[in-house]
Design a protein around this ligand. Sequence first.
Ligand code: 164
Ligand code: MG
Length: 326
Amino acid sequence: MAYRFEFRPYCRPFRQPLKTHHGLWQQREGIILKLTDDRGRVGFGEVAPLPWFGSETQAQALAFCQDMPPQLATDKAFSILPTLPACQFGLEVAVSNLTRRCRRPELAPAHCSALLPTGEAALSAWAPLWSAGYRTFKWKIGVAPVAIELAWLSQLMRQLPLGARLRLDANGGLDELTAHHWLSYCDRGGGRIEFIEQPLPPGDFAALVKLSQRYQTPIALDESVTTLDQLKMHCFRGWQGIYVIKAAILGPPSRLIQFCTDYPIDIVVSSVFETDIGRQTLIDLAAELATLLPHYPRRSLGLGTQRWLPCDGLDDPDWEALWQRL
Ligand SMILES: O=C(O)CCC(=O)C1=CC=C[C@@H](O)[C@@H]1C(=O)O
Ligand SMILES: [Mg+2]
């Protein structure tokens, strides 16, 4: 049996640029893969690189796709270099979608986290998302002076209804002293801060462990665990906190499932702002991981809010229509 292999790159502007400690991210570029088997079954996959998180670049992913033969023998396992984790993810997803029978129902907003705009704009952005059913909000920090961001956070906490929970994501942009400021504030927040994500750069593991032992507020690793090997290393080095899993850049989903089966860890599945094709895989993955890790709290998926321009249709659940639009 053989698969016909096709691919189409995409590039779409975000509804509003994402400002983080890494800089300003204005558009998502990626590649949609399409496999067709001898029985005419079709499987779509998605390659969504995030090079500043350690994945391959769009150009490297495109070169990989251009080097792939138009017919793939199914009896040969795809050997894709570990330096191309987004391509590994995309191809495994395309193969599994060949036999996908139905779409998992869309996740209720109460089970997703909504990414608020960075800075003071968050104060006027949360209410419509609360009305839409979101109860977990994520806010980027480490972009303005700490005193100013703490003042905004105090306002935000006063405004947010009880029942709302907040995730703070520094993208590794704080120094140790500032991280102490943030964590001592959070510890006084009455548990409404679910966790602080990557307060220090990935290289400061010993300092991250010290912070996690000093404060009540949980700490999540994100940029520290962007590859499966880094995830394993931090687990084996004894990280007891949360792991933010950006599955679309972590390689084959089956390997992540296998690891979490052998080493139960506290995870949050996080988007890299893929299209609906990648997003469905994250929803499936989160559901499967939740059954594997029952003794950890069920955490909302970090899907953010769909960040595309409304006219774009990359959220289209009809993947053939999405493909035709590219
Ligand atoms: O995790 C989420 O809630 C949404 C995804 C998200 O926040 C991110 C996706 C991609 C790049 C990052 O700047 C950012 C993150 O740091 O987690
Ligand atoms: Mg993050």
